[in-house]
Design a protein around this ligand. Structure first.
Ligand code: FE2
Ligand code: FE2
Length: 194
């Protein structure tokens, strides 16, 4: 699946602009993480477009399934099959690993799957940081994020532990990981409305 096809599928099934922007943000983050891993000779097996497609797709069924979390990703997997994607496609497998705590379909294994797991919540946290800076993502720094990170009342719904696995699972320090995701989002701030 190409990036354009992923965006088409997303737009067909998700109308809320903020929800769409979350999917774009994770897509940009995934691209940034791929490029970083490639730069340190930990080049992923998949293509950079696959990584971005996964980010764009990962919550594309959320608007329809939000009342029933057990269907989140199950519906998306049906759409991917209808599209003609093979069940052994790395993107298909990675979608199985997302929302795994609810569906029990597949534990994350590959770097692509762990990258999604680690950056998903972080993108939301960075948006929350931008909102306290008057909605200006350009004014958010690594220090802004690090200062807010231990404050439990701030963006209380964001599960920090999910992101903190980046060191163990991807060999990237938390500071490094936050910097990569922040930069990827800042470079595309116009598309994120920030
Ligand atoms: Fe999700
Ligand atoms: Fe998400």
């Amino acid at each position: 699946m190409t990036k354009d096809q992923a965006i088409e599928l997303l737009h067909k099934n998700m109308q809320n602009q903020n929800l769409r922007r979350h999917c774009y943000a994770v897509g940009f983050a995934m691209k940034g993480i791929y490029e970083y891993l490639d730069s340190i000779s930990r080049t992923p097996a998949e293509s950079v477009e696959d990584w971005q497609v996964l980010g764009i797709l990962h919550d594309s069924d959320y608007e329809i399934t939000k009342e029933d979390w057990t269907r989140h990703t199950i519906l998306l997997l049906e759409w991917l099959k209808e599209f003609g994607m093979s069940e052994t496609d790395p993107i298909y497998l990675a979608v199985m690993s997302h929302n795994n705590k609810v569906t029990g379909l597949r534990e994350p294994v590959t770097d692509m799957e762990w990258a999604l797991e680690c950056c998903d919540e972080l993108t939301g946290f960075i948006v929350a940081c931008a909102l306290v800076k008057g909605g200006k993502l350009s004014e958010v720094t690594l220090e802004t994020v690090k200062k807010k990170w231990p404050q439990k009342a701030f963006a209380a719904g964001v599960i920090r532990e999910q992101t903190e696995q980046c060191q163990e699972k991807l060999g990237v320090s938390l500071d490094g990981f936050i910097s990569i995701v922040l930069k990827s989002m800042q470079e595309n701030c116009d598309k994120l409305g920030l």
